[in-house]
Ligand binder design. Structure first.
Ligand SMILES: Nc1ncnc2c1ncn2[C@@H]1O[C@H](COP(=O)(O)OP(=O)(O)O)[C@@H](O)[C@H]1O
Ligand SMILES: [Mg+2]
Length: 229
């Protein structure tokens, strides 16, 4: 379970402090999905960065509790522990895919799994093959990212974010650069793959149809999350 409690975040701009997140709280059950909508500049990416431990809040806490893990208080972690948290527990899908251009599709997808491989153990190739099949990437495994369309690159980014079986996926406008039809296919796959893995999913999106697929929907306004029913 993800628990965000009384989160404050401000930035100093031209000597003035500007509050971005203002006493924001929310909980998300393990395996559930949450969509976040909100106007540009409202703080959606800031919130994802805080959850990923890439940035620190002014105050408030973010904790993650798993079945077989102790509760992690993200912003109390030391740097090495925070790196480890990002590497093992979460998967991130960036708006601009951030695929590694000099290695092929299968190597991009397997990278997080390889980085997480316990010593003397093999990565779960059957699981990764299934991920590739489910996301329709079987025939593209040997291609380089630059040879793929935007929709294909985005599906590779989704497979990569899931290859190490993370407990939670953070997706920042994952369908931002896709046409409507591709956007719906890609988001269907993202939601259903996370559901089948009991992986929690947080999707920041401008698309109401992508947002509507989530178990829980919120709108970020004035630094707080308003629940959309
Ligand atoms: N590192 C930073 N330093 C100063 N201001 C920032 C920084 N990151 C984001 N901001 C500001 O915080 C606000 C929220 O940004 P962001 O979280 O990227 O919004 P969104 O993702 O909702 O479009 C914006 O006004 C942005 O300019
Ligand atoms: Mg953003």
């Amino acid at each position: 379970m993800l628990e965000i409690t009384n989160l404050y975040k401000s930035y100093v701009e031209a000597g003035q402090s500007r509050v971005i997140l203002n006493n924001l709280s929310i909980t998300l059950e393990q395996g559930h999905s949450l969509s976040i909508q909100g106007s540009s500049g409202s703080g959606k990416s800031t919130l994802l960065h805080l959850i990923a431990g890439l940035d620190k809040p002014d105050s408030g806490s973010i904790t993650i509790t798993g079945n077989n893990r102790p509760t992690l208080n993200i912003h109390d972690l030391e740097e090495r522990q925070a790196d480890n948290y990002r590497k093992t527990i979460i998967g991130i899908i960036f708006q601009r895919f951030n695929l590694i251009d000099c290695i092929n599709v299968i190597d991009n997808i397997s990278l997080p799994a390889k980085l997480n491989k316990p010593e003397n153990k093999q990565i779960d190739n059957a699981y990764i093959s299934n991920l590739i099949a489910v996301l329709g990437l079987s025939t593209l495994q040997k291609k380089m990212p630059t040879e793929l369309s935007g929709g294909e690159q985005q599906r590779v980014a989704i497979a990569r974010a899931l290859s190490h079986k993370p407990a939670m996926v953070l997706a920042d406008e994952p369908t931002g650069n896709l046409d409507n039809a591709t956007s719906n296919t890609v988001s269907d796959l993202l939601y259903s793959t996370c559901k089948s893995l009991n992986t929690s999913l947080i999707v920041v999106t401008h698309s109401p149809s992508v947002a509507n697929m989530a178990d829980n929907k919120v709108y970020l306004r004035n630094g707080k999350l308003e629940v959309i029913s």
